[in-house]
Design a protein around this ligand. Structure first.
Ligand SMILES: [Zn+2]
Length: 567
């Protein structure tokens, strides 16, 4: 938690310094924030040992700031910076296409200090009058505000899932039954608030919940429901229900509404009434099910439906005909197929990444460092790859698992690849990816990617749409055409498990499966703790109706090599 806090404060400092037009320093803070945010070890351990400056990029000044944050929970330097500029300008910078320089200009020339004033000026047509902005930019700004509002109040999975699990663990001793509910249980890609459902001693449960150390403020505390705001900025609700109604309440509060509305109709058609207390005979109000979800679905003539599928995307029909998919299990992934080492922009060595993968019980991990074109990410030349190869070989001698020598090769504007064919053929695994020229029109962008597929050199197409949740929409591409081309050219499509990407999303991944395209799961880890993101990828695969047979990295090492066209 402290790592995250320090990283957040450093990022804010970087943003504010950039707004002020300071050179160099913002980059240093951003780099340190990334490093600290992705470290596996608790920064407090370094602090206690007096070793903070052993961390790459941390000098004397930053060390003092980290000391202050750990000791006092805040940082005066940041508060001072904030006073010099309106705080809402930080939100303005979160709008795609508005960097610090534009934000500064909007502030100075139009007095824009937050999202509201930004929207007003854009709607009034004043932004297009500014030098360097124009009509298109003004339209994009309005779209960007809309996107931010759509995500606002929602949280990425990694911000919510671990907190929710910790709360549940804390409540478990007091509960008969306890489960996640709502979008959290469905593993939706963003989460509004944390819903927890329990049965047991209500008073004890409510007390334990309200007194948890992560709670910032108790909003409501009642007999059956308590709502709190957590220090992480998320609201959490605990509902306590009777044992006999637990299944009905769980079904009801899990949603989605789109699933529950037609389900209630099925109940009505069969002469029942379904609500959060149970399933009742319409005539005499006799309760026929409610203790378990399975019991309710069964009475309605349906197989139990995994929560990830409850979106009204055909699951009710499939449950009726007993043809629900057998979803990929949480423990079936045998290795991570996208990770970066310190050879490019990752924070850990080949050995450290390999060891962590081994600890996770994997059989393999692919190190897919960037290619040279991505110089901001320390991309690798052929020579670097040869040198890294030696290190990988040594590590493979030492470890019981296999580190695959891979690359995330940049697909250039014309669809050619940012590495010579010979080198690509020698590597164990080649990921292709688009990291530049996002603004090409859809037709050209689609052609670019298809041209890359047709080289026959790409095993996996990474983060296929380039979106970042709450940050940018991704490039314009005809995803159906890409899926078809992947099928033709034997390219595997990635579900990037990084919670900000989850790309392909569940709808597109399902489309890929239906067209017979294999999927690979990769965390895109740039540090050891990012390897934990695999579960978000698995969740997305489950939401996409995928089974283990659809996911290439459920295969053993030797089977995987075969699928990659190796030995
Ligand atoms: Zn990438």
């Amino acid at each position: 938690m402290m790592n995250k806090k320090v990283a957040q404060i450093f990022t804010e400092i970087a943003d504010l310094l950039e707004l002020k037009g300071v050179d160099f320093k913002p980059r240093a803070y951003r780099k340190a924030a990334r490093k600290i945010g992705s470290m596996k070890d608790d920064i407090r351990d370094y602090y206690e040992e007096g070793d903070l400056r052993d961390i790459e990029g941390i000098g004397k000044a930053m060390e003092a700031k980290i000391d202050e944050i750990i000791e006092t929970g805040s940082l005066e330097y940041l508060e001072d910076l904030k006073e010099e500029l309106p705080a809402g300008l930080i939100d303005v910078m979160r709008v795609p296409d508005i960097g610090p320089k534009s934000a500064k200009k909007l502030y100075e020339e139009l007095d824009i200090v937050d999202l509201d004033s930004l929207r007003e000026e854009a709607e009034a047509g004043n932004i297009r009058e500014l030098k360097g902005f124009g009509v298109k930019t003004q339209e994009k700004i309005l779209k960007g505000i809309e996107m931010l509002e759509h995500i606002s109040g929602r949280h990425l999975l990694n911000e919510v899932i671990p907190v929710a699990e910790e709360l549940i663990e804390h409540l478990e001793p007091e509960a008969e039954r306890i489960e996640k509910a709502g979008s959290l249980r469905r593993w939706k890609e963003t989460i509004g608030d944390i819903d927890i459902l329990a049965s047991g001693d209500a008073e004890k449960l409510m007390d334990a919940f309200a007194e948890h150390e992560d709670v910032d403020e108790v909003l409501v505390k009642g007999e059956t429901k308590t709502s709190v705001r957590l220090k992480a900025g998320v609201q959490a609700d605990l509902r306590v229900v009777d044992e006999e109604s637990f299944g009905a309440a769980l079904q009801y509060f899990t949603g989605a509404k789109e699933h529950n509305v037609p389900l209630r109709q099925i109940a009505i058609d069969k002469g029942y009434k379904l609500n959060e207390y149970g399933l009742f005979n319409k005539g005499n109000d006799e309760k026929v099910a409610g203790e378990t979800e399975e019991g309710i679905y069964e009475k309605l003539g349906l197989k139990w439906i995994p929560p990830e599928l409850r979106e009204n995307r055909g699951e009710l029909e499939a449950a009726k005909d007993d043809r629900l998919p057998y979803l990929i299990g949480w423990e079936e992934v045998k290795g991570d197929l996208q990770a970066h080492s310190d050879w490019s922009d990752g924070h850990n060595t080949v050995l450290e990444m390999g060891e962590e993968a081994q600890r996770k019980g994997y059989e393999y991990i692919a190190l897919t460092d960037h290619s040279q074109g991505l110089s901001v990410a320390g991309g690798l030349t052929r020579e670097d790859i040869m040198d890294r190869e030696k290190e990988i070989e040594e590590v493979n001698e030492e470890l019981e698992i296999n580190v695959l020598s891979g690359i995330e090769v940049d697909i250039k504007k014309d669809g050619t690849l940012d590495m010579d064919d010979e080198t690509l053929k020698e590597l164990d695994i080649v990921l292709g990816a688009v990291h530049s020229n996002f603004k090409m029109d859809e037709k050209k962008q689609t052609e670019r990617i298809k041209t890359a597929f047709e080289t026959g050199l790409i095993d996996i197409f990474a983060h296929p749409t380039g979106r970042k949740i709450g940050e940018r929409e991704g490039y314009h591409v005809d995803i159906i055409e890409i899926i078809e081309s992947a099928k033709e050219n034997d390219v595997i499509l990635e579900i990037n498990a990084s919670p900000q990407r989850l790309d392909l999303d569940s709808l597109n991944a399902r489309e890929a499966k239906e067209k017979g395209v294999m999927i690979s799961l990769g965390t895109d880890a740039h540090g050891l703790n990012h390897l934990d993101y695999m579960r978000y990828g698995i969740a997305t695969a489950r939401r996409a109706w995928l089974g283990s047979e659809d996911v290439v990295n459920t295969r053993s090492y030797h089977e995987l090599l075969k699928s990659l066209g190796g030995e």
